[in-house]
Unconditional design. Structure first.
Length: 207
């Protein structure tokens, strides 16, 4: 089985066999991401994409805050279907993209790219560089990129998979060609299992 097929199979099984509260990364309300987005004071019709957000509640809260140009990308069709069910009629207001991010071919330029807990699953240099290339081609000049990933004091594995840990310095270096790092801070995520995971949140702007 090719690696991308294995990855899709893995995440389809996760979102078939586990409820929201049975995955460590679940947030009832993604307050940190919402606070960062609010601080940007973006127009309500700004094009926003949530990467790996198939079962995140971020888009639900953005809809409640009157944002109206929203997209969700996820490799798992099961995750997307779960969120469609939660949103009900409001699901029609969202563009749903079932794709591995590494195969994503953007058809529009985004003004905000949000990624909480997808990027750190890439452990091969070629995949990391491909992600960065797709990101750069997907955003307008001056657009924002919010990245939340495991910090150097965070987990070394998640959902049974190896991950890559990051420091602000490492991320700044990775994205330096096209992006300026505006803000970086650590945040402890309390899992549904009452354990803790150390994340690092980063706000970049495209040059």
């Amino acid at each position: 089985m090719k690696s991308d097929e294995y990855t899709k199979k893995h995440w389809e099984e996760v979102y078939t066999g586990k409820s929201d509260e049975e995955v460590s990364w679940f947030e009832g309300k993604p307050s940190t991401s919402l606070d960062i987005i609010a601080s940007l004071d973006l127009p309500k019709d700004s094009s926003i994409i949530d990467i790996g957000g198939g079962n995140s509640n971020l888009i639900s809260h953005l809809l409640k805050n009157d944002y109206n140009n929203l997209s969700i990308l996820d490799i798992s069709e099961n995750a997307l279907q779960r969120t469609k069910s939660k949103l009900g009629k409001s699901a029609a207001k969202v563009q749903w993209i079932n794709s591995d991010i590494l195969n994503f071919e953007p058809t529009q330029d985004f003004e905000l790219w949000h990624d909480r807990a997808t990027f750190h699953f890439f452990t091969r240099e070629e995949d990391i560089l491909k992600y960065i290339d797709i990101l750069g081609r997907s955003l307008k000049t001056g657009a924002y990129f919010i990245l939340a990933t495991f910090s150097t004091t965070g987990p070394k594995r998640c959902s049974g998979l190896e991950i890559t840990q990051y420091s602000p310095e490492k991320l700044k270096e990775l994205f330096k060609v096209d992006f300026t790092l505006l803000e970086s801070f650590e945040k402890i995520h309390k899992t549904p299992f009452k354990t803790e995971q150390n994340f690092i949140y980063n706000l970049f702007q495209k040059k």
